[in-house]
Design a binder for this molecule. Structure first.
Ligand SMILES: Cc1cc2nc3c(=O)[nH]c(=O)nc-3n(C[C@H](O)[C@H](O)[C@H](O)COP(=O)(O)OP(=O)(O)OC[C@H]3O[C@@H](n4cnc5c(N)ncnc54)[C@H](O)[C@@H]3O)c2cc1C
Ligand code: FES
Length: 284
């Protein structure tokens, strides 16, 4: 059996073109080993031969036959190379890394609301599927800049008691921000229902800052999947450091309460060389 730190070379089993800029790659491990205990919300370090090694959330996990997958948004050299791979091409995977989302106790919570922005859906789809299969009421709010960037429509319909969409440009679903859908949804709940509701969210940091404000307003608990520039993925290089935490080891999933202590959240990122830069200077 290989340890998570060891790289395993995979042949791509299937390529799914989700949209012109979003591609899903599926793989079947030769040995189940480390892949059998994956936690939804964990990530992999993906080596693209000759280009780079980049973190990617696990977006597919099917047990019979065993298939795992990642969903990539083409925004730069490594992601562009990943999106142009074909069935039979090879890449290297390390992991799984990070903590993953946690399902709360059924005694205290009965409803999970997923708030997924853009390619953030790659991180929330598996935990929301898990919540649905474990008998939680699941509401999925899925947003993107435009219709082309809405991921996994069929999959959301299968694992949701209710699913609502939003696009910034109004090309699909609610015209406006996903946090408007979240506020509307929470306003329908009684105080008792709000206490028994947990939010799972991932998306652009500016969106998650707005989600955090709504959760604070309604006093609702939540788990956030955070992103920072990563090199090692295993707590050595410090490139993913955020207010004293390493996102790769202590996260990438943080609770609302933990986010209160991350003063860089929504304000600063680190660039490739580790320099702290205002989040407004990041392209994403
Ligand atoms: C835990 C984790 C899980 C991720 N899961 C996914 C996923 O499932 N699908 C997916 O498409 N992407 C995911 N990402 C982001 C992905 O790793 C980056 O988009 C990728 O590394 C960009 O590499 P590149 O060479 O294509 O572009 P680069 O040239 O490296 O970057 C292009 C632009 O994006 C910015 N950027 C790069 N990495 C990040 C980052 N981590 N946070 C914010 N801005 C960044 C750069 O500053 C630059 O402006 C994840 C990141 C993390 C940390
Ligand atoms: S990526 Fe190296 S410490 Fe997190």
């Amino acid at each position: 059996m290989r340890a998570p730190g060891e790289m395993e070379v995979f042949k791509i089993k299937k390529v799914i073109a989700e949209s012109p800029t979003l591609t899903t790659l599926l793989f079947t491990p030769k040995h189940l080993g480390r892949w059998s205990s994956l936690v939804p919300g964990q990530f992999l370090m993906v080596w693209v031969p000759g280009v780079d090694e980049v973190p990617m959330s696990l977006s597919y996990l099917k047990k019979t036959p065993f298939v795992i997958g990642i969903t990539v948004q083409n925004i730069g050299p490594a992601t562009s190379a990943l999106c142009s791979l074909e069935e039979g091409d090879k890449i290297g995977l390390r992991g799984p890394y990070g903590n993953g989302f946690s399902l709360p106790s059924k005694d205290d919570f009965n409803r999970i609301i997923g708030v997924s922005g853009g390619v953030g859906a790659a991180s929330t789809i598996l935990p929301m599927e898990w919540a649905f299969n474990e008998g939680f009421e699941t509401v999925n709010l899925v947003g993107a800049r435009n219709k082309d960037l809405i991921l996994f429509q069929e999959r959301w319909e299968e694992i949701s008691n209710d699913v609502q969409y939003s696009t910034d440009n109004g090309s699909f679903g609610h015209s406006g921000f996903i946090t408007e859908l979240l506020t509307k949804e929470l306003m329908t709940l009684t105080n008792r229902d709000l206490k028994r509701t947990m939010i799972f969210t991932c998306g652009p940091e500016i969106m998650m800052v707005a989600v955090k404000k709504v959760l604070d307003q309604f006093n609702v608990k939540g788990q956030f999947s955070l992103e920072r520039y990563m090199k090692c993925g295993i707590g050595i290089c410090d490139s993913c450091s955020m207010s004293g935490k390493r996102i790769c080891m202590n996260g990438p999933i943080f609770t609302v309460k933990e986010i209160d202590d991350l003063r860089e959240f929504g304000k600063f990122h680190r660039n490739r060389s580790g320099t702290l830069i205002p989040i407004t200077e990041c392209v994403k």
